[in-house]
Write a protein that binds this ligand. Structure first.
Ligand code: ZN
Length: 402
């Protein structure tokens, strides 16, 4: 039995006036997904437990059968793992952004957070800056690692206990002195400005009319989640395909193979066909479960791009799902497919929300009376509701986890 799990991230939404009162899932032309829904078990599911923030790591942990209430440790350790960094017991990973602070003020604390991404600095430029920071602020216990664009990592072995860091994108335009963590963290941030502000990389950026990345900002600390092996839990050899570090990190922490697809960008122009090819190749290599995550609809939700969100859903159905189903059908072995968004990212809200999302589970050897269209309303009408997303995998496989 082969299993395909397909996650159109953030695809669920509310009815939108510009779509004639339809949701993007209702408006999208997606015959393949709708045909599957006609023969599937369809319902709604809550992937985010009460009291938890509807983040992608939380929801995807649940879908992969790891109870977020136990295993969700924040995004940084997952990103660190996907960067190939080793985390020992006692290590805490921090997201380390390079950010732009205003320069007019005399003291660090009076500066203003202008840009949490330093004008989406290039990976090459940022690597030079992170190396400069590491030379001065790195110690035996504390290391800085360059990542992609403005997103980097600090790993600190047994750091001072403090977890309530402010997220830099949450206080744009505000004075950093009101948002600083306590010592010794505040000093790291203040000293990073002295290292970075006149760094040649930043002088060159100013000359090109770009914002300097003149400070680091630390946030979202966490230990590596101790996920049990997915293979041991379900007896299935599994791969994850995603453009997003968070999702790759979850897969790697669960002992799954993470497949990088060229041109998989996380936005709506991502390489849908490349992901389909990678999934088919994984099945050919004997993988029994392939988890394909597509960030595009979520990104369109955050950017309030209704048309692109509809298009991305359509392309997921016709350029990604369709060829994989074609392959699985040709294998002449029974297979199962599960499709669901991890959480809604409504265009009108531009952020994640916590409503239940529609899901479908299709089994080629046991077809069911499903619904005419894979969407929020049809899924709700079935009256099937799963309050805990981490039970989905049992429903998909018909097994109990060991
Ligand atoms: Zn998500």
């Amino acid at each position: 039995m082969n299993y395909l799990v397909l996650i159109p991230d953030g695809a669920a939404d509310y009815p939108i006036d510009a779509l004639g009162g339809k949701t993007p899932l209702e408006a999208a032309d997606k015959p393949t997904l709708d045909r599957l829904a006609a023969d599937s078990l369809v319902g709604t599911v809550s992937n985010v437990p009460d009291g938890m923030v509807p983040e992608s790591d939380t929801a995807n942990l649940a879908i992969l059968s790891y109870d977020p209430k136990i295993y969700s440790k924040g995004r940084s350790p997952l990103e660190a793992v996907s960067m190939g960094l080793e985390m020992k017991p006692g290590d805490i990973a921090f997201r380390c952004n390079v950010v732009t602070l205003s320069e007019e003020q005399a003291c660090y604390d009076d500066r203003i957070m202008l840009d949490h991404s330093a004008d989406e600095i290039t990976t090459e430029e940022a690597a030079g800056l992170i190396r400069a920071v590491a030379e001065v602020l790195g110690t035996e216990e504390r290391a800085f690692y360059p990542g992609v664009s403005y997103r980097h990592c600090m790993i600190w072995h047994c750091p001072p206990a403090y977890r309530e860091f402010n997220r830099p994108h949450d206080f744009l335009g505000e004075r950093v002195g009101d948002k600083l963590p306590p010592e010794p963290y505040a000093s790291l941030l203040r000293r990073s400005y002295e290292i970075l502000n006149r760094h040649p990389v930043n002088e060159a950026r100013r000359a090109r009319g770009l914002r300097p990345a003149n400070s680091i900002w630390l946030w979202s600390p966490g230990a590596k989640p101790a996920l049990s092996s997915f293979r041991e839990k379900w007896g299935l050899d599994a791969s994850v395909i995603s453009a997003v570090d968070l999702i790759k990190g979850i897969g790697l922490c669960a002992g799954m193979e993470s497949i990088d697809v060229e041109g998989a960008t996380g936005n709506y122009k991502t390489n849908y066909k490349g992901k389909a090819d990678a999934a088919i190749d994984a099945f050919r290599r004997g993988k029994e479960l392939v988890y394909v995550h597509v960030e595009a609809p979520d990104e369109c939700g955050h950017r309030a791009e209704t048309g692109n969100k509809v298009t991305s859903i359509s392309r997921i159905s016709e350029e990604l799902l369709k060829p994989i189903l074609h392959f699985l059908d040709a294998c002449r072995e029974p297979y199962a497919v599960m499709v669901l968004p991890d959480h809604p990212t409504p265009v009108c809200r531009r952020t994640h929300t916590r409503e239940p999302v529609p899901f479908l589970i299709y089994r080629s050897d046991r077809r069911q009376q499903g619904v005419s269209r894979f969407c929020e309303r049809e899924a709700e009408k079935t009256g099937i509701y799963l309050p805990e997303g981490h039970r989905l995998m049992a429903l998909l496989t018909g097994k109990e986890p060991s």
